[in-house]
Design a protein around this ligand. Structure first.
Ligand code: SF4
Ligand code: SF4
Length: 332
C-alpha cells in the first residue's frame, strides 16, 4: 500500500509534516452589505446577497457572535462583504479575537498601528483598461500607493479573458510595488460581453500563469497544479461542481452522498443569523464556477486520492502550502 512516508523523500516529508499540523477551520463573514465600488461581475451584488439580511450595527453583538464562532472551533475568519474597511470597528472585533484575513479593494488603507499584522488581500481585476471598464476606476493606482511594500498584503488578481497576453505587465507592476500576488479567474456572473472563458483561452491562460510563477517566484504565490485545476476544473479523474464542492455552508448542505468538505464551514451574512449557500455567489451555476479558494479547498480536503505517486502527493502539498501562506499559517 502507498503511504505518505513511502512516497516522499526527507525534504518533502518535512514540508508535509509542517502543514499536516495546521488543522485549518475557516468560515467567511460578510462584514457589511455596502461597498465603495460596484464592479460588474461582483458575485455579492449580482446574486442579491447584499439584500438578504439587514446589517447588524451593534458592535457588542458582533463581539459576542465572534466569541461564539471561536467556541465553534473557527481558527480562520475570512472577512469579505461588501467592503470590510467601511466598518473598521467590526474588522477590529475579529482581529482581536481570531486569526483573521481581510479582503478589500484597497481604496481605504487599514491603519497599520491598529492592525499591525492583519493579512490583507487586495482585489485586482486586470490592467487599467479592464479595471476602468469593470470597476469604474483604476483601483490599482490607489491601492498600490496605500499598501506599497506592506509585508502582510497581497493582490488577489482576478484574471479575465481580456488579460491574455497582459498578465506579465500587471505582475511586474505588483512586484515593483513590493507586493505579492495570487491569481484566480473571473466567473463573469453578470455575463459581461467578452468576459466568459472559452476552452482555448483557458489553455492559454494556464500557460501564462505557469510562466508567471517560473519568472517571478518571489512575487507569485501559486502552484502549477493549482493552475491546472482552476483552468480545467479537473482533479485526477473528477470534475469540479456542485457534487464535489467543499465550500458549501455545512448546515445547508443537503447533498447525498456528501463529498469531502470543509469541516464546520459557514458563510455568514452581516445580520449574523442568515447563512449563504457557499463561499461565493448564492445564484451562480456551479458548472461555471472558477472560485479560486473553492478549487484550492477541493484539493486540500482530498489528500487521500493524491497518495498515489510522489508527484501527485507533492502537488497536493504545494496547494496546501499556497493556501497556508495566503492566510498566514506559514510564512511566505
Ligand atoms: S470591490 Fe469587491 S465587494 Fe465591492 S463591488 Fe467590487 S467585487 Fe464587489
Ligand atoms: S458556486 Fe462555486 S463555490 Fe458555490 S457551491 Fe457552486 S461550485 Fe461551490
Amino acid at each position: 500500500m502507498k503511504t505518505v512516508s513511502s512516497l516522499l523523500d526527507a525534504e518533502w516529508h518535512e514540508r508535509y509534516k509542517r502543514i499536516s499540523k495546521l488543522n485549518i477551520r475557516s468560515s467567511i463573514y460578510d462584514v457589511t452589505n455596502r461597498c465603495n465600488l460596484r464592479c460588474k461581475g461582483c458575485f455579492f451584488f449580482s446574486s442579491g446577497e447584499d439584500k438578504v439580511a439587514a446589517e447588524e450595527t451593534d458592535i457588542r453583538k458582533w463581539e459576542a457572535f465572534i466569541d461564539r464562532e471561536k467556541e465553534r472551533g473557527v481558527n480562520l475568519a475570512i472577512l469579505i462583504g461588501g467592503e470590510p474597511t467601511l466598518c473598521m470597528d467590526r474588522v477590529e472585533a475579529f482581529y482581536k479575537r481570531l486569526p483573521s484575513f481581510c479582503a478589500t479593494n484597497g481604496l481605504i488603507k487599514l491603519d497599520r498601528d491598529r492592525f499591525p499584522d492583519l493579512m490583507v488581500g487586495i482585489s485586482l481585476w486586470g490592467d487599467e483598461e479592464d479595471e476602468k471598464l469593470l470597476r469604474g476606476k483604476d483601483a490599482f493606482a490607489i491601492s498600490s500607493k496605500n499598501y506599497a511594500g506592506d509585508p502582510n498584503a497581497y493582490y488577489l488578481y482576478t484574471i479575465t479573458p481580456r488579460q491574455l497576453g497582459k498578465t506579465d505587465r500587471v505582475i511586474r507592476k505588483i512586484r515593483d510595488a513590493g507586493l505579492k500576488v495570487h491569481m484566480q479567474l473571473l466567473s463573469n456572473d453578470e455575463g459581461v460581453d467578452g468576459f466568459s472563458w472559452q476552452p482555448d483561452e483557458l489553455a492559454a491562460i494556464r500557460d501564462e500563469m505557469d510562466d508567471a510563477l517560473a519568472r517571478y517566484p518571489d512575487t507569485v504565490i501559486s502552484s502549477r497544479y493549482y493552475h491546472e485545476i482552476i483552468t480545467t476544473g479537473r482533479m485526477l479523474d473528477r470534475t469540479f461542481g456542485w457534487r464535489e464542492c467543499p465550500s458549501v455552508t455545512e448546515p445547508l448542505d443537503t447533498r447525498d452522498p456528501k463529498p469531502r468538505r470543509l469541516i464546520h464551514f459557514i458563510r455568514w451574512a452581516s445580520d449574523l443569523k442568515t447563512m449563504h449557500r457557499c463561499c461565493t455567489s448564492e445564484t451562480r451555476d456551479c458548472s461555471t464556477c472558477k472560485d479560486g479558494a473553492a478549487h484550492m479547498s477541493w484539493v486540500m480536503v482530498n489528500k487521500r486520492v493524491h497518495i498515489r505517486t510522489a508527484k501527485e502527493l507533492q502537488n497536493w502539498i504545494e496547494v496546501y502550502e499556497m493556501f497556508a501562506k495566503l492566510y498566514q499559517f506559514i510564512p511566505w
